[in-house]
Design a protein around this ligand. Structure first.
Ligand code: NDP
Length: 499
């Protein structure tokens, strides 16, 4: 359901633009505070109905929506392609992964969230303890443009499966994708369980202040801080999925060709506009020269062009072009070298891949999110050094490790939300794995059981099943009971020795 209801629509609108051609894709209304409030009010009524259904009933409806999205996926991919400029194959891959997540969330919500027994412990042995995870109510989802289906669906699918209604504010660059998702959902659900409010940053800000029960934000760290500040005023909880500066580590025993393949795709897919894209590469000195020669050769095969069969397309958000250029310039000014491309690789709409070496770790090309088809490649003497440099970033979203024998050992030392061993970004496609960051990459999780629980609150119930051996929670408590409690606690917990 869109906000084009004539009673609430505003006269102001904005256009989404095809970044390949500069042509207008479509015009959309700008939702102001009143329209956002109206959508949230409709969502509240829908949430009452939706949360009253059983898990099985919601699963049935979510699977029906999944079927609809799957059968019409070509339409969705076409809108995404027009709004972002990404290649058709990439748009289809993104849709396929989002559909798989929707299926997982629908299929697992009952098991993960439904009331289940937990141990009550010896002190409270007479109690039957259970916990259930209940929907929060209405979730405001604010999404980015770079993966305009996959990323917000990580919140939308899991929030819906947990029994919430959703009001979704898509990026101003990709509103059509959001409208399409909400319209297909409305056809299947028959109730405004998923609505979209289109607009600019102010529409997102209005959603933060609208009294929703949680805001799930995906976007830049800077906007994430503004979202958190706005939500703090009403104690609205937030999930922040923010930027990254992901590292790929290559150990001396790695399959270098596989590491090169991962680095080339991880850094350049979607023209580098990937939150968990590879931006830094740390390579063991014993395989550094081999890796660098191969990575340059393979990256030369990737060109950003307007052709329909190009591997990578344009930079979707025009203002990002200056940031990419600034990082390449800083890398070189700080003493680094461009071994493929350079400042001249940055055009008006398209940026060609750039490989930088010998860039100091203090340069903005290493410390800030570039969000373009660039990578820094740095030689390290050991995996200790690679781990230390990876962990030195203020960002901590994903990471990759290439090693035949030591992958797990290295991965376990990384301070990040996710790690792919002998692959890149593969964790995003495993629905049962939680996805999210640490530090400036945000907090909270989408995907997996944690992603379902993120949109719930725990309701604990304990029920007395027999009279207690020790009556403790009563003014009738006896000295004998206190003495016995002391003995029990000593027996249970008194054995740990001081070290
Ligand atoms: P932005 O932070 O610019 O925008 C994100 C969303 O927030 C947009 O819908 C935007 O609306 C909205 N917004 C802007 N201002 C406000 C405000 N004051 N209050 C509430 N909402 C507001 O990010 P981008 O869209 O440029 O996305 C790219 C960023 O997203 C990168 O940093 C990337 O790393 C990150 N990202 C993180 C992911 C993760 O899972 N960790 C996944 C994908 C991307 P509008 O567009 O209309 O301005």
């Amino acid at each position: 359901m869109t906000i084009t209801d004539p009673s609430t629509a505003t006269s102001s609108s904005f256009a989404s633009i095809n970044p390949r051609t500069g042509a207008v894709v479509a015009s959309h209304p700008i939702a102001g505070e009143a329209e956002v409030a109206a959508a949230v009010a409709r969502a509240r009524t829908a949430a009452d109905w939706w949360s009253g259904l059983s898990f099985a009933e919601r699963k049935g409806l979510l699977n029906a929506w999944k079927g609809e999205v799957t059968r019409r996926v070509g339409e969705l991919a076409a809108i995404m392609q027009a709004e972002t400029g990404k290649p058709h194959g990439d748009a289809m891959l993104e849709c396929a992964l989002a559909i798989d997540h929707l299926a997982w969330a629908a299929g697992h919500a009952g098991k993960v969230l439904g009331r289940h027994k937990v141990p009550s412990g010896l002190v409270m042995a007479n109690q039957k303890a259970t916990v259930e995870f209940r929907p929060l109510g209405v979730i405001g989802v604010i999404g980015p443009w770079n993966y305009p289906v996959f990323t917000p669906m990580g919140s939308i699918a899991y929030a819906l499966a947990a029994g919430n209604a959703v009001v979704f504010k898509p990026s101003e660059y990709t509103p059509g994708v959001g409208v399409w998702l909400a319209e297909t959902a409305a056809e299947v659900f028959g109730q405004p369980v998923l609505q979209v409010v289109t607009g600019l940053g102010d529409t997102g800000a209005a959603l933060c202040r609208s009294g929703v029960n949680k805001v799930a934000f995906t976007g830049s760290t800077a906007t994430g801080k503004r979202v958190m500040a706005a939500c703090a005023e009403t104690l609205t909880p937030v999930l922040i999925e923010a930027g990254g500066k992901d590292a790929l580590i290559v150990d001396e025993d790695a399959d270098v060709a596989a590491a090169v393949d991962g680095a080339v795709w991880g850094a350049n897919a979607n023209a580098g506009q990937t939150c968990a894209g590879v931006e830094r590469v740390y390579v063991h000195e014993r395989v550094y020269d081999d890796f660098l020669a191969q990575v340059i050769a393979r990256t030369k095969e990737v060109h950003a062009t307007n052709d329909a069969d190009a591997k990578i397309g344009p930079i979707t958000m025009p203002s990002q072009i200056d940031i990419i250029k600034r990082h390449i310039d800083s890398a070189i000014a700080d003493g680094g070298k461009a071994v493929l491309g350079g400042p001249e690789s940055v055009g008006d709409r398209f940026v060609q891949p750039v490989i930088l070496v010998d860039v100091p770790e203090t340069s903005s090309a290493v410390t800030e999110e570039t969000f373009g088809p660039t990578m820094t490649v740095t030689k390290v003497a050991s995996m200790d050094e690679a781990v230390a440099l990876t962990n030195a970033s203020k960002y901590a979203l994903g990471s990759s490790v290439f090693s035949k024998r030591n992958g797990m050992r290295i991965a376990e030392r990384l301070r990040v939300g996710m790690t792919a061993i002998n692959g890149v970004i593969t964790f995003a496609g495993v629905p049962s794995l939680p996805f999210g960051g640490v530090g400036d990459s945000g907090f909270g999780r989408i995907h997996g059981p944690e992603g379902l629980k993120e949109f719930t609150y725990a309701h604990a119930i304990t029920k007395q099943r027999m009279k207690p051996l020790l009556a403790l929670t009563t003014f009738q408590r006896t000295e004998k009971a206190e003495e016995q409690l002391g003995k029990l606690i000593t027996m249970l917990h008194g054995r740990g020795s001081k070290k």
